[in-house]
Design a protein around this ligand. Structure first.
Ligand code: TYD
Length: 330
């Protein structure tokens, strides 16, 4: 694999909990400018040692517990990783950068649109939308965002915050709706849809998200927040119709085979009705534009999952299968 930023040394710190897997990193593991470290962002000693060893000038903070359903069952895990983990990274960056030229440094905090709560049938989240998180997951990310801003104000830490909409694409752990539906369709198993499938999400292809983050790193202004969304608004049922039609086409199945697996189940408690992002600041100030339409992005995603069944098998071990069964009872 040819490294995208050959002049940059990249150290990837990951705890490899249930959704992390070294198999997802195979294509970059032998790149000369890449190192993997197995560790926990809450381990401040470790983070400080890594700062001392590598002299980081940039932190891109992706690490988080991110699944709303899990946060409903185990909120404290979310406080630990998302809040304490974020503060530990901030603390280490602050200590390491206090005597250096902070203009050369950057802490990019990757957050979510869920911190803004739920929208009704119209309107979009903008950078002026007030925080109103409603799930334990969203509350933990909101708390983390507040800490990042507090470090910027109190200690002049050079931060940029990104709040993005629902991501999809290759390598996504099959607890999220799109890969979950592909896996269940492959197994001819029921596909659980909460309530009547009317909730709306704004789907963003992961590569478009990463391009946006790369722009923020290079051109974003210190202390700024950018919202990233793919203009891919769709109800869950509408999305599954599109997705499962593609699955049937790619598998040469009679039309409607996978759609017939949709099973309406009890709604998620506090289920946010709609998310939609106004990404105009990112578009006008940093020149970002998404390259994937939802239809084309879903097709490449389905093809990826069908071509990578060994990866799927590896990440979906028995523990996960048991979790799915108890979670959805379908
Ligand atoms: P999800 O992928 O969990 O992302 P988020 O909750 O962060 O938006 O869910 C996307 C939407 O799909 C959300 O409205 C919940 C719904 N959903 C289902 O209907 N069934 C499922 O099994 C899952 C996982 C999600």
């Amino acid at each position: 694999m040819v490294p995208r930023f050959p002049e940059t040394t990249i150290v990837n710190l990951d705890k490899l909990t249930y959704a992390g897997n070294l198999q997802s990193l195979r294509t970059i593991e032998s790149a000369p400018n890449y190192t993997f470290v197995h560790g926990d962002i809450c381990d401040l000693d470790l983070i400080q040692r890594l700062f001392a060893q590598y002299n980081f000038t940039t932190v891109v903070h992706f690490a988080a517990e991110s699944h709303v359903d899990r946060s409903i069952h185990a909120p404290i895990d979310f406080v630990k990783s998302n809040v304490e983990g974020t503060v530990s990274l901030l603390q280490a960056a602050r200590a390491a950068w206090s005597n250096s030229d902070q203009r050369q440094c950057r802490f990019l905090h990757v957050s979510t649109d869920e911190v803004f709560g739920a929208l009704g049938a119209s309107g979009k989240f903008t950078i002026d939308t007030h925080y109103a998180p409603r799930s334990p997951y969203a509350a933990s990310k909101a708390a983390a965002d507040h800490f990042v801003r507090a470090y910027a104000t109190t200690y002049d830490l050079p931060v940029v915050i990104s709040n993005c909409s629902n991501n999809y694409g290759p390598y996504q752990f099959p607890e999220k709706l799109i890969p979950l539906a592909i896996v269940r369709a492959l197994e001819m198993a029921p596909i659980p849809v909460y309530s009547r499938g009317e909730n709306v999400r704004d789907w963003l292809h992961v590569e478009d998200h990463c391009e946006a983050l790369a722009l923020m790193l290079r051109q974003g202004l210190n202390g700024e927040t950018y919202l990233v969304g793919g203009s891919g608004e769709c109800s869950n049922l509408g999305l599954l119709r599109l997705l499962l039609t593609i699955v049937d086409e790619e598998l040469d199945r009679p039309a409607g085979t996978s759609l017939s697996l949709i099973t309406f189940v009890k709604d998620r408690p506090g289920h946010d009705f709609r998310y939609a992002i106004d990404a105009s600041k990112l578009i006008t100030e940093l020149g970002w534009e998404p390259n994937h339409t939802l239809a084309a992005g879903l097709r490449t995603t389905v093809k990826w999952y069908l071509a990578n069944r060994p990866w799927l098998k590896a990440v979906m071990d028995e523990t996960y299968r048991t979790y799915l069964q108890t979670q959805y009872s379908v």
